[in-house]
Design a protein around this ligand. Sequence first.
Ligand SMILES: Nc1ncnc2c1ncn2[C@@H]1O[C@H](COP(=O)(O)OP(=O)(O)OP(=O)(O)O)[C@@H](O)[C@H]1O
Ligand SMILES: [Mg+2]
Length: 281
Amino acid sequence: MGLPIVEDAPQMPETQPHDEEKVVIAKNLAAVKRKVGIHSGKGGVGKTFLSVNIAMALAAAGKSVGLLDADVDCPNVAKFLNLRDVPLNGTADGRIFPLEYKGMKLVSTHFMTDNPSLPMIVRGPIKHKVVAEMLEKVEWGELDVLVYDLPPGTSDVPMSSMMIGSMDGIVIVTTPQQEAIMDARKSAIMAKDMDVPVLGVVENMSGDVFGTGSGEELARELDVPFLGTIPLTKEIRQLNEKGKAVLCTKTYQDTAQKILKGVTGETLAMKQSFWRNLVNR
Ligand SMILES: Nc1ncnc2c1ncn2[C@@H]1O[C@H](COP(=O)(O)OP(=O)(O)OP(=O)(O)O)[C@@H](O)[C@H]1O
Ligand SMILES: [Mg+2]
């Protein structure tokens, strides 16, 4: 039997971004040295956790960092950082200033709506437009790294971000279960299709509950670096809930360095004082 549901599905209107859009974005991001997306086809595997922690660890290593919350309709970056609901400032001609926090520049739809508790109920083309605006109209300025916290899936926002976001690569995060690996593999195939390099794979929520090792196997299969294993623990959940930097703790120092090497290509040392600040505040 074929797949009649797929074959008979009505075609959505084309949302192919224009080359013009890419040119404007490339110009706006001209002073951003490196642009890296954190992705997986699967939801709930720790993309936001990793994005926020990579940004904090980069800041702790003295890098200038931007964090673009590309999860347009369910943004979580503000919650992960325990930030108050402050609106972003802008100019009359539509330029947007990112929120500055602990050496990071942040942009999220969380700070762009009147009431962040209410759902944003929109279709794909609108999400594309919002992501394009975050890339085109935000004053990112000079940055060493811009991290994109991508939503799950292989269409809409991840697709738009890979097509127009002039990314240097993506880091794939997966949990060890086979269904998560299957969706992470789709993320890698999608990136290849879009000419975006895969910089490496991180296995998150590793351990007794979900198993261990399939993230590393996936990295081997894809022939990309395996960047490390982060266990599923109560301590990590609690640090996340308090907006603290898990990857800046001593326990995850080696893992953090390996992940940052995957993201930047450089070996970085995080400043002890900065860790204390981000872990204990
Ligand atoms: N290693 C871990 N140990 C314990 N809890 C974790 C760990 N990693 C992530 N979490 C928790 O799991 C939940 C899901 O993580 P997160 O929101 O980062 O996933 P996501 O992939 O971004 O989800 P979505 O697909 O909805 O964007 C969060 O509550 C987070 O605090
Ligand atoms: Mg998320």
